[in-house]
Design a protein around this ligand. Structure first.
Ligand code: ZN
Ligand code: ZN
Length: 367
């Protein structure tokens, strides 16, 4: 019989896990691997709550292994480093995003695209190379090889910086790869949630003209006055769509619900690019004729490699970009997940793990 999560490794760890597809989280004792030469151990202080956490907890993608400890927007302070670690030292502010491993020999890996490696090891709900399960950041400590450790710039607050490790890189990477970061360009951002609001901030820092496209007219004031977007389109308002046809160099589409993309293609100039970063669970209808008329592109993008993730957070530090967050205590996490399912958050929940994760011993009363 395989070992229990608590006995798998020698280093005791504690977090919150879901045991079944109700997705309800509760205290959980497990273990982290012993330090290897290239490893960094850090005390987790904050962890963002991503939509992926919600999907995984409820097994909505059918691949969840229980118990699951979610969380891939993890930040904290280094407490121990392996002998060969050069990137960080004890006391440094660091983070781990969606990845903790890859093959390091394929084309993707040699081009700093570990995120597209076929053997990517995700931060939680995945199998590590030693066969053990990976557990995420709703927990007290984290261990990762230094390749997967991101240095957090001094001026970035850890709580508001945490969501950049998933939401931030998800929108930054396509802006860069698809050349949608040149000053003066016009970028559309579809959906004003965890990803969308950060996309607006990065785009403004690059000097772009930004139009937010949303189903909710009541987000207009927020988008323009608070986030600095230049204009706002209600996606169901045909007159507003018509007025903006053929005006955008690119669109970052963050919506993960099934939605029509024909109007979005219409908003693009010739050679315009529609980049999908949300993941609808059913195929979207792709109208081809409007693509031909103007040599337009529809493409996808998924997080980013480690080198680019570091570059993204350094850029965020330089421009003072953080996510807008609601900090919560660990025991509020189930309520937060219910609220997230109803899109009732502005714009990201971040768990104050450092101050509110109560030690296992006191919870179970074993001391
Ligand atoms: Zn995420
Ligand atoms: Zn690889």
């Amino acid at each position: 019989m395989s070992k229990s999560a608590e006995e798998e490794h020698r280093r005791k760890a504690f977090g919150w896990a879901a045991r079944d597809s109700t997705g309800v989280l509760s205290p959980f004792n497990f273990s982290r691997r012993a330090m290897e030469d290239g490893d960094v151990l850090f005390k987790v202080l904050y962890c963002g709550i991503c939509h992926t956490d919600l999907h995984s907890l409820k097994n909505e993608w059918g691949n969840t292994v229980y118990p699951i400890v979610p969380g891939h927007e993890i930040v904290g302070i280094v407490t121990e480093v392996g002998q060969k670690v050069e990137k960080v030292k004890v006391g440094d502010k660091v983070g781990v995003g969606c990845l903790v491993g890859a093959c390091h020999s394929c084309d993707n890996c040699t081009n700093d695209l570990e995120n597209y490696c076929p053997k990517t090891v995700f931060t939680y709900n995945a199998k590590n190379y030693d066969g053990t399960v990976t557990y995420g950041g709703y927990s007290d400590i984290m261990v990762a090889n230094e390749r997967y450790i991101v240095r957090i710039p001094e001026n970035i607050p850890l709580d508001g910086g945490a969501p950049l490790l998933c939401a931030g890189i998800t929108v930054y990477s396509p802006m860069k790869y698809f050349d949608l970061n040149k000053p003066g360009m016009h970028l559309g951002v579809v959906g004003l949630g965890g990803l969308g609001h950060v996309a607006v901030k990065f785009a403004k820092a690059y000097g772009l003209k930004v139009t937010v496209i949303s189903t909710s007219p009541n987000k207009e004031k927020e988008a323009i006055e608070h986030l600095g977007a230049d204009s706002f389109i209600v996606s169901r308002d045909q007159a507003q769509i018509k007025a903006a046809l053929g005006t955008m160099d690119g669109i970052i589409d963050t919506v993960s619900a099934v939605h029509p993309i024909l109007p979005l293609i219409g908003l693009l100039k010739s050679h315009g690019k529609l980049i999908m970063v949300g993941a609808p669970d059913r195929p979207l209808e792709l109208p081809v004729f409007p693509l031909l008329m103007g040599r337009k592109i529809v493409a996808g993008s998924c997080i980013g490699g480690m080198k680019e993730t570091q570059e993204m957070i350094d850029f965020a530090g330089k421009h003072g970009i953080t996510a807008d967050i609601e900090v919560i205590s660990m025991d509020y996490v189930n309520t937060a997940l219910d609220r997230l399912a109803k899109a009732d958050v502005r714009y990201r929940f971040v768990i104050d793990v450092g101050n509110t994760l109560t030690n296992a011993e006191s919870v179970t009363g074993r001391l």
